[in-house]
Design a protein around this ligand. Structure first.
Ligand SMILES: Nc1ncnc2c1ncn2[C@@H]1O[C@H](COP(=O)(O)OP(=O)(O)OP(=O)(O)O)[C@@H](O)[C@H]1O
Length: 320
């Protein structure tokens, strides 16, 4: 049997009369990446705070075990086995990156010599050696985030909570962060991350849970989640309003976007389905200016489950 690094049953939390978590079950096997995905205010940070002992769960919550330790009975043991990097960084801008690290080593009661050794190793690993003697306030967003994670690793935690680790980072820094997270897991660490980026969950996570209205709306691998939403669609775009209207009349069953002269037809994207659409267009004597095939992605899952508004999709594949 796989050992669970994180096991929580019936997680509950309310603030006043606002229920933030309404019976959330979480199970994260050791050495895996778990992503808790949800819109703003869904309760992701609250879940991280409870699991990392920063906030207490409400009465009625079931057992919570982190790293095999009972969170209610032995929060100290839980704290010793975890690292937490929050949305608001623990980095002190007034002192250097190295000093931030040494401070952390002190907090973990490492000897001065050991603290220096661990600090030098982590600064090197996170490509911060050159900047080590500069005040952290001069670091870029990506460097601060790397320093933050390096500080978390001083205590050599086996379980790491990363609350929105790449929010606000540019694409390059985001990819660097993803690489760092993957390397952590290769080293046997379990990562629990929260994110608003579907792409991030898709890239990194072994399992994803979608949090909505205080409950897990669905969980599984990215592939499993993609299977729960209806299939893809074909999108046809026109520049000529008359052609658009003729196509809409000929195809009938699609959703119309009169403003951008686009039709969206449910379709599995197969050759046969595409041929049928093209045949009907031919019969009507119209030609689309653009045809794109869209296969379901995590965006579809997210919006289907969280009841969000439909957002414009980036086409995944152009058929013509
Ligand atoms: N200490 C608090 N007191 C009162 N309400 C709170 C407190 N902390 C969080 N909340 C409320 O609980 C809800 C969930 O907040 P939480 O920060 O967990 O969401 P989140 O999913 O992490 O959102 P975001 O992506 O915006 O960080 C929000 O409506 C928030 O206003």
């Amino acid at each position: 049997m796989t050992n669970l690094a994180i096991a929580a049953n019936g997680l509950r939390k309310s603030y006043g009369d606002k229920t933030v978590l309404d019976g959330v079950d979480l199970a994260v096997p050791e050495g895996t990446i778990f992503a808790l995905l949800g819109p703003n205010g869904a309760g992701k940070t609250t879940a991280v705070k409870i699991l990392s002992t920063l906030v207490s769960a409400d009465p009625g919550t079931g057992a919570i075990h982190i790293g095999g330790h009972d969170l209610a009975a032995d929060p100290q043991a839980v704290r010793a086995s975890i690292g937490v990097t929050g949305q608001f960084s623990a980095v002190d801008g007034l002192i250097t990156g190295e000093e931030n690290m040494l401070l952390m080593a002190d907090l973990h009661h490492l000897s001065q010599r050991e603290g220096r050794r661990v600090t030098a190793g982590l600064l090197e690993r996170f490509d911060l050696t050159e900047a080590a003697k500069k005040p952290a306030s001069t670091y870029s967003g990506g460097m601060k985030r790397r320093l933050d994670i390096a500080m978390t690793l001083v205590g050599d935690p086996r379980i790491i909570f990363l609350d929105e680790p790449t929010t606000g980072l540019d694409p390059r820094s985001r990819h660097t962060m993803w690489q760092i997270i993957r390397e952590l897991v290769t080293g046997g660490v379990t990562v629990f991350l929260t994110t608003q980026y579907l792409e991030e969950a898709d890239e990194l996570a072994d399992r994803i849970a979608v949090l909505n209205d205080g409950q897990i709306a669905a969980q599984g691998t990215a592939e499993e989640l993609k299977r729960i939403v209806p299939g893809g669609h074909v999108r046809l775009r026109f520049t000529d309003p008359a052609a658009y209207r003729s196509a809409a009349a000929a195809l009938g069953d699609g959703a119309r976007d009169d403003e951008s002269l686009a039709l969206q037809l449910p379709s599995d994207g197969s050759q046969r389905a595409l041929r049928s659409i093209l045949d009907r267009l031919d019969s009507a004597g119209v030609e689309a200016d653009e045809l794109t095939v869209h296969t379901p992605d995590l965006d579809d899952v997210f919006f289907a489950l969280t009841g969000g508004a439909v957002v414009p999709h980036q086409p995944k594949e152009t058929a013509r």
